[in-house]
Design a protein around this ligand. Structure first.
Ligand code: COA
Length: 177
């Protein structure tokens, strides 16, 4: 399927290609402040491993979008609709804003909105879900602001710096169905 560019107010989303595996992107993935709430933190990332990851999610079960600033085209993060279950029509949504100077400006909220609309309108999925570490308030708020509801808590699920945190699960059912 030809995946369109998803146009927002501050940002646009476009599907990543191997050419997007830049040094900046790799540095986000290896940065302990950025990746503290991501399972990807357990691996060391390189240009080659990032290209391999992009290849592995370039199929009809995964859509990895880059988040790009509209005013200058800078790649500042990613959002992924992935692990699509084609029978039940659900998928996971995950995101990161890799350039920290853009945190707290509504970018994740807007990226979730664009990716959710793509999943529900273009892919016609029935449901999206995502999980987060309980201290990740920015992520929790960004889900809530997009109409995702808390569906459950996996208690004491994730170990971070010697402390176990809950996994808070959010979900949203396609309102068009
Ligand atoms: C978590 C993350 C995605 C938030 O992105 P963001 O673009 O800064 O989020 P937004 O600007 O859309 O903010 C959404 C809401 O959360 C609030 N928020 C953002 N970061 C916050 C923080 N660290 N603490 C408390 N509130 C925060 C914002 O104020 C906003 O709420 P408001 O509109 O009521 O004021 C971003 O910090 C990030 O990418 N972190 C690293 C990777 C990560 O944790 N990804 C998510 C894994 S589930």
């Amino acid at each position: 399927m030809e995946v369109p560019v998803l146009d927002g107010e501050q940002i646009y989303l476009r599907r990543l290609t191997e050419d997007d595996a830049s040094e900046a992107y790799v540095s986000w993935m290896n940065n302990p402040e950025i990746n503290q709430y991501l399972e990807s933190r357990f691996y060391t990332h390189t240009i080659e491993s990032t290209k391999a990851f992009i290849r592995s999610v370039s199929n009809d079960s995964n859509y990895l979008f880059g988040i790009f600033l509209k005013d200058c085209g800078k790649h500042i993060g990613n959002v992924k609709v992935g692990g699509i279950n084609h029978y039940h029509r659900y998928a996971d949504i995950g995101f990161l804003i890799g350039e920290k100077e853009y945190w707290g400006k509504g970018i994740a909220t807007e990226a979730i909105k664009l990716a959710t609309s793509f999943a529900f309108v273009t892919l016609r999925l029935h449901k999206l879900w995502g999980g987060l570490y309980s201290p990740n308030i920015g992520s929790l708020r960004a889900f809530q602001k997009n109409g995702y509801e808390q569906e459950g808590v996996k208690k004491s699920q994730y170990l971070l710096n010697g402390i176990y945190y809950d996994d808070i699960m959010f979900g949203k059912v396609n309102p068009n169905e």
